[in-house]
Ligand binder design. Structure first.
Ligand code: HEC
Length: 129
């Protein structure tokens, strides 16, 4: 019984910690939400194009370039984050540099280029979101 209470207390404290970390982020400007929303938009369009099998090289290049540019703002949008956050950010930037350099001309190539990008988004979210 006592052990169970401690577990529940631990969960409650953990949840409180998580909420206060997030609200600390939210007390800043809406800038970081904007950066994420813009990246989500371009990622979403590219993924929808792959699903629709309509991946023209020019459109893909432009969405990838916008994604890369916006990702360059992550560090300014989340100031004072721990070094592991910057590493996660570097992972995304590298994946995007490669995707831009690959200039995917087919849906297959675009899907291959997007995979590490999506993984980089996800791996940071798992830790920090
Ligand atoms: C280096 C870490 C990191 C990377 C990389 C990252 N994100 Fe995020 N993202 C976050 C954090 C932290 C939040 C939570 C921010 C908050 O709740 O205020 C977030 C929130 C979001 C949200 C919700 C925004 C909102 O309004 O609350 C979306 C959508 C999103 N990210 C999309 C993406 C996409 C798409 C990528 C990859 C192209 C990506 N993120 C890469 C850290 C990251």
């Amino acid at each position: 019984m006592r052990a169970l209470l401690l577990v529940i207390l631990g969960l409650a404290v953990g949840a409180m910690g998580a909420t206060s970390a997030l609200s600390a982020l939210r007390q800043g400007t809406p800038f970081h939400d904007g950066v994420m929303a813009v990246m989500q938009h371009h990622m979403g369009v590219l993924q929808a194009n792959v699903r629709a099998k309509q991946c023209d090289a020019k459109g893909s290049a432009s969405h990838l370039a916008r994604l890369r540019e916006t990702a360059g703002d992550i560090r300014e949008a989340f100031p004072d984050m721990e070094p592991a956050f910057a590493q996660a950010d570097d992972g995304l930037l590298k994946a995007l540099d490669r995707a831009v350099a690959a200039t995917p001309g087919t849906c297959e190539a675009l899907a291959v280029a997007l995979k590490p990008v999506g993984d980089a988004c996800q791996s940071c979210h798992q830790r920090f979101r």
